[in-house]
Design a protein around this ligand. Structure first.
Ligand code: FAD
Length: 487
């Protein structure tokens, strides 16, 4: 079977690794042929950017730009939680977050793990009789060609025919919500921070639009560069990401895919109250008060975010499991349960979007401590109720619900909506839809309408509002590899 993988980021690495590890290894010294001299078809990866295997998130950047999860959930191999930790080995000790008691490496170093994993997978696939090729070009179109699919790329006139296509094109790019593009001093896409912050004078007053994980990256990177000017995080909600707690050995016993599937089957449907019931049962096992936990969550956005940050830093090693269970299951059980919930329940959850994303994607303790120090010193402030940002006399005038401030520099840390089609894949996705190979999902993303088309990553149609994390990508990649191998 000839397979095209479009996009060469973390999703593609997960897919290649799953393809390589799901087939029995039959060592051979002849590339593209197995030990018996058979060819096993081709695997072609298309990636136009210089960041092959690293994608948007894990290219070269400042050392302060860290992965935001512990090693056990940064494994790109779905059934092996220790895969990344084993690769990291003793180097992890150089990157220990002492409060967290886990290594947190620069994202560029994690990119090396992805590249290394991909290279091993390519070698293994070669030994299994597959010819693997990387094409440094953007795919612009996929069309039907009888029983095959025909791919066109931007750079050459050659049409390549394959049997299966996996779209691994990633997510969108940050939106310019305040129409500031083109103004000197405005950065629409902050990554890589090594480049974008280079343009920021050390004493500039910096306003960051957003207060999520990207905003945290911007603040800690400014601090790492010795920034002396004021920094303001601007957002509508004023909610910061929650703070990671030290992982515990205990795995959820009630909030699991199996329990959700059982309930769905037994009742012929699933409601939000069922998920709440599972969480109640989970907390009951450890003697935790569900109502206290729920009240604490509900107060997110209504209390002082600086007090909350301080409380959460103090609670990194709090043994209570409530937030840990929600954090983990948002990525594991969440995507499965989301599709089973009635739209009214999904809308209810979307109504708490900021709280949900801040629990599901917390900041790492080392960054939380850095933020707290900057807040305590007065260099960093949070401004909620962001209303408008306009240019005045070459500077930015920012109006919030109850204040006004002037900034020299504005850095956009607003994330694209999940399931947004990336600009580089607009024509490609349109061609797939026009050919009847997939449909646009009413809530964003695309849904394959042909068994030869697969999607891995944020573009998967009908997903929740939480962007794909590494374990989510790894699980999808593993399922997709099984479907590709079965074809
Ligand atoms: C800044 C950032 C930091 C993150 N940090 C973490 C983290 O610490 N932990 C975690 O679990 N998750 C993290 N995530 C979430 C997730 O792990 C990453 O988004 C992940 O890298 C997504 O991988 P991907 O392959 O789906 O997309 P990408 O990495 O975006 O790769 C997609 C690739 O497709 C290519 N492409 C697009 N269109 C075409 C086309 N038409 N033809 C050919 N190629 C195309 C692009 O050039 C790109 O390289 C982070 C996300 C971001 C954005």
């Amino acid at each position: 079977m000839d397979i095209a993988i479009i996009g060469g980021g973390a999703a593609a690495v997960g897919l290649l690794d799953a393809l390589a590890t799901s087939a029995p290894a039959t060592a051979s010294s002849v590339p593209g042929k197995d030990a018996a001299g058979r060819t096993g078809g081709t695997v072609t990866i298309f990636e136009p950017s210089p960041w092959l295997w690293r994608g948007r998130a894990y290219g070269p950047d400042l050392d302060a730009v860290l992965v935001n999860a512990p090693p056990a959930i940064m494994s790109i191999r779905a059934d092996d939680f220790g895969h990344y930790a084993a690769w990291l080995g003793e180097r992890g000790a150089d990157h220990l977050d002492r409060l967290f008691d886990r290594p947190l490496v620069p994202r560029a170093l994690y990119g090396e793990y992805l590249a290394n994993t991909a290279e091993k997978a390519v070698a293994a696939l070669g030994e299994q009789g597959r010819q693997v090729e990387v094409v440094a070009d953007r795919v612009t179109e996929v069309a039907r060609a009888g029983a095959r699919l025909a791919l066109r790329t931007e750079g050459d006139a050659q049409v390549r025919e394959v049997g299966q296509v996996a779209l691994c094109v990633g997510g969108g790019t940050p939106p310019d919500l305040y129409g500031l593009a083109g103004h000197p001093g405005f950065t629409v896409d902050p990554y890589p921070l090594a480049d974008t912050l280079e343009r920021v004078a050390a004493d500039a007053d910096v306003a960051v639009i957003g207060s999520g994980l990207t905003a945290v990256d911007v603040v800690v990177s400014l601090a790492a560069r010795g920034h002396a000017g004021r920094i303001t995080l601007l957002s509508r909600s004023g909610v910061l990401p929650h703070v990671w707690q030290r992982p515990v050995e205990r795995r959820p016993r009630h909030v699991t895919i199996e329990r959700v599937a059982e309930l769905h089957q037994a009742q012929g449907g699933l409601a939000l109250t069922d998920l709440v019931g599972l969480l109640r049962a989970e907390l009951a096992e450890t003697g935790e008060d569900f109502d206290d936990f729920a009240a604490e969550l509900r107060s997110t956005g209504h209390d002082d975010p600086v007090d909350r940050l301080r409380r959460q830093i103090a609670a990194v090693d709090d043994p209570r499991i409530g937030r840990r269970v929600l954090q983990v299951t948002a990525h594991t059980v969440g995507p499965y349960a989301w599709r089973l919930l009635p739209e009214a329940d999904r809308a209810r959850i979307r109504g708490h979007l900021r709280t949900a994303t801040s629990v599901a994607s917390p900041m790492v303790p080392v960054n939380a401590v850095q933020l707290m120090a900057l807040l305590d010193s007065g260099q960093l402030t949070l401004a909620a109720g962001l209303d408008t940002i306009e240019m005045r006399d070459g500077r930015f005038r920012v109006r919030t619900r109850d204040s006004e401030l002037i900034a020299d520099v504005v850095v956009n840390a607003v994330n694209p909506s999940p399931q947004a089609v990336p600009a580089a894949a607009q024509g490609l996705v349109q061609s797939v839809v026009d050919a009847g190979l997939a449909t646009m999902h009413p809530f964003g993303g695309v849904t394959p309408a042909d068994p030869r088309v697969h999607v891995v990553g944020d573009l998967v149609g009908g997903g929740s509002f939480i962007t794909s994390s590494i374990p989510g990508l790894a699980a999808q990649a593993s399922r997709t590899a099984r479907a590709l191998s079965a074809a």
